[in-house]
Design a protein around this ligand. Structure first.
Ligand SMILES: [Zn+2]
Length: 236
C-alpha cells in the first residue's frame, strides 16, 4: 500500500470509527418553529475518562468532548439551548426568539461531529437565547463555564477568564437567590474554585471553608476533599 493511500485510509478510519463509536443521531421537534430536525448525541457508556480538572472539565480518550453536544440548535429557526432546557420555553419567549433570533437566522446545520469552533458557535447561541428566555442563573453559569472550557481547549486565555468570571457571577447570584438547589455544596465549591482560578485568593479560601464546614459535608466526600485540596494549595 502506498504511503498516501495509507494516510488517507487512516483519516477515513479515524472519522468513521469516531462517528460510529461515540455519536448517534436523534430526532426532535423544535418548540419554537415546530419543525422536526436531527441532532447528534454522545454515547456516554463508551466514554473513558483520561483526566478531570478541578472545575470538572474532563478529558476523555480519543479527544472526544461530550459537552460539545449538550447544546441543541434548531437549524431552521436558530433557537438553541442546553438539552435539559430545550423544551422549557413559554409562548411569549417563543415570540421573542422568533423576532430577535429567527429574523436574522441563516439556516445552517449543527448535527454531526462538532469542532471546538462549531461547539462555541452553538454555545454562544444558547447563551443569547438563554438571556432572551431569562433563564435561572444556574443555567447561565453552566453555559458560561462550558464556553470557558472551549476557550481553554483553544488556548484563548483572555476569553476563558472572561467566561469563568461570568460563570462565577451567576453562581453567586444563584447562591444568594431564593431558589434552593439540591447541589448546594457543589455550587459553593464552584464559587470557591472559580475564585481560585481567577486569582481571588481570600474569596476562594472563604468559600472553600464554607464547603469544608457545610452541615451536609458527610454526604459530599468527593467535593469536600476537592475543597480541602484547593484550600491547601492556597495555603502552601
Ligand atoms: Zn426551530
Amino acid at each position: 500500500m502506498s504511503m498516501l493511500k495509507y494516510l488517507i485510509g487512516l483519516m477515513l478510519d479515524g472519522g468513521v470509527i469516531l462517528g460510529n463509536k461515540y455519536l448517534y443521531d436523534k430526532k426532535t421537534v423544535c418548540p419554537v418553529c415546530k419543525k422536526e430536525f436531527t441532532y447528534t448525541k454522545v454515547r456516554s457508556s463508551q466514554l473513558k475518562v483520561e483526566e478531570r480538572e478541578r472545575d470538572f472539565y474532563t478529558k476523555y480518550k480519543d479527544g472526544i468532548n461530550p459537552f460539545f453536544y449538550e447544546v441543541i440548535v434548531c437549524p431552521n429557526c436558530g433557537y438553541a439551548a442546553l438539552e435539559s432546557e430545550f423544551d422549557r420555553i413559554t409562548n411569549d419567549k417563543k415570540e421573542k426568539i422568533l423576532s430577535l433570533v429567527t429574523a436574522k437566522w441563516v439556516k445552517r446545520e449543527f448535527s454531526g461531529e462538532r469542532t471546538p469552533q462549531k461547539a462555541l458557535e452553538a454555545y454562544l447561541l444558547a447563551l443569547y437565547c438563554s438571556q432572551i428566555k431569562e433563564d435561572k442563573p444556574i443555567v447561565f453559569s453552566k453555559t458560561c463555564l462550558r464556553i470557558a472550557w472551549i476557550y481553554r481547549i483553544l488556548n484563548d486565555k483572555a476569553n476563558e477568564e472572561k467566561y469563568l468570571k461570568y460563570a462565577l457571577d451567576s453562581y453567586i447570584k444563584a447562591y444568594s437567590g431564593s431558589d434552593i438547589y439540591e447541589e448546594e455544596v457543589l455550587l459553593i465549591y464552584m464559587i470557591a474554585e472559580l475564585n481560585r482560578m481567577l486569582g481571588n485568593r481570600e474569596e476562594a479560601l472563604k468559600w472553600y471553608n464554607k464547603v469544608i464546614n457545610h452541615p451536609d459535608r458527610s454526604r459530599h466526600n468527593l467535593i469536600v476533599n476537592l475543597a480541602r485540596d484547593g484550600w491547601q494549595s492556597l495555603k502552601e
